[in-house]
Design a protein around this ligand. Structure first.
Ligand code: NIG
Length: 417
């Protein structure tokens, strides 16, 4: 059994435990009942000021204010904020190759149409397992430095039976939340034969990949997979015991959200272009609307309307979508700042969506909050409140990141003197 730890000197401890009420400091609004007409996210903003946190055996054993209890070890965070570790419920972290030139061309006026996925497929197939392992380890390290303590990782840059299985095996070395995305695009060799490729994905590829994956995902989009093909992929995956997910309504309005809700998927991801029916369907379902605003930033798409989703009653998550083409970042603080500035969330809601919302998408109750009994995954900010994440975008505000009570990342600043 590991030694217990008491963390003291916490200026603001975000727990997301509704028992701790909603925050009432500056920047922690609007909430239900404040006259704004906005609906509240249960637990968003809940926490304690001038608080302490006790960790025992990798879990939150107690939280409180006033004199802290004794523990085997003590850490004084000297007036910093502590919040649940970020839960990044949508990433494509296993890839090789560089598409920064594609970004530059796009900034000069070209549209994003996902055609670059084939470039990454070629580079990824050519990489060795050890190459991919090294790249993955670097990305996991970067994401921990950004405060991410749990991540989902998709395949999708293999697009053969052997390569998709290989990517899932590698992903499984760094996370339990692996997603089979054989239906990312129709790869070279299947031009004009998307149905044949869907038959492969739902046949031999699924047989090889289902034992290595927790979820199945499909890119439902013009030029990728249509509604019927997407339904076929998700249904086959669910029959093989996988959780369903859909890349939905990313580049234009489309059927993705409806397919996700109809199939009882855990998440519909992107949700950039939604019709009223899509919002209503999400609000009336348990499918989480996972928003990826760093993608909309990098592809010059409009930003998704998170406010509309929350006010309708949908559950909203924020994730990075780290991939080489449309969102080459694991900077969750940046994602959160975009969600506040451009998607209509309050800061409390954005923090909730990047933690508890992601946990909902991954169907986890033990992470994304710091209630007693939760896994002790937390972030110490170099700031007294999470408000700084949104008001100081791009700054290295994560002082340290902890998983199950152990520090996994720490930012050092050299003394300027
Ligand atoms: O979620 N849209 C599909 N997949 C990724 C993009 C992948 C790429 O461009 O390489 C996304 O944005």
């Amino acid at each position: 059994m590991s030694a217990s730890l008491v963390v003291t000197g916490i200026a603001r401890l975000v727990t997301h435990d509704p028992a701790h009420g909603a925050a009432d400091g500056p920047g922690h609004r609007p909430a239900a009942g404040d006259g704004s007409g906005h609906r509240a996210m249960p637990g968003a903003g809940a926490g304690l000021d001038d608080a302490w946190l006790v960790v025992d055996d990798g879990r939150v054993a107690a939280v409180g204010t006033g004199p802290p209890p004794a523990a085997d070890q003590a850490l004084d965070v000297a007036g910093r904020a502590v919040l649940p570790g970020f839960v990044d419920s949508h990433t494509h972290l296993v890839f090789a190759g560089d598409r920064s030139e594609e970004f530059a061309v796009r900034m000069a006026g070209a549209d994003y149409e996902a055609g670059g996925i084939a470039t990454t497929i070629a580079a990824t197939r050519a990489a060795t397992d050890d190459d991919l392992r090294r790249l993955l380890a670097t990305r996991v390290g970067e994401s921990r430095a950004a405060g991410i303590t749990t991540r989902e990782v998709k395949s999708g840059y293999g697009a053969t039976v052997a390569d998709e299985a290989r990517l899932l095996r590698l992903a499984g070395e760094v996370t339990a939340h692996t997603t089979f995305l054989g239906a990312h695009v129709t790869p070279p060799g299947f031009d004009g034969r998307t149905d044949d490729y869907v038959a492969l994905v739902t046949g031999a590829m699924l047989d090889a990949c289902a034992p290595l994956a927790e979820s199945i995902d499909v890119f439902c989009e013009l030029g990728a997979f249509d509604a019927d093909q997407s339904r076929t992929v998700v249904t086959a995956g669910q029959r093989a015991g996988l959780i369903g997910r859909v890349h939905a309504n990313q580049l234009r309005p489309g059927p993705g959200v409806q397919v996700a809700v109809e199939r009882g998927c855990a998440s519909a991801d992107h949700c950039t272009h939604l019709a009223d029916d899509d919002v209503a369907a999400l609000a009336g379902s348990t499918t989480v609307a996972t928003l990826l605003p760093a993608t909309d930033f990098a592809t010059r798409q409009p930003y998704p309307d998170a406010r509309r989703l929350v006010d309708a009653g949908a559950t909203v998550a924020l994730a990075t979508n780290c991939n080489p083409g449309s969102s080459h970042t694991t900077a969750m603080g940046f994602v959160l700042a975009l969600a506040v500035r451009d998607c209509g969330l309050t800061i409390d809601e954005a923090v909730w969506a990047a933690t508890r919302g992601g946990a909902r998408s991954l169907r986890r109750d033990d992470i994304g909050h710091l209630g007693v009994g939760a896994r002790a995954d937390f972030v110490v900010l170099d700031a007294p409140s999470p408000d700084h994440l949104a008001s100081r975008p791009g700054m290295p505000l994560v002082q340290s990141t902890w998983e199950a009570g152990a520090m996994v990342s720490r930012t050092f600043h050299l003394d300027p003197a």
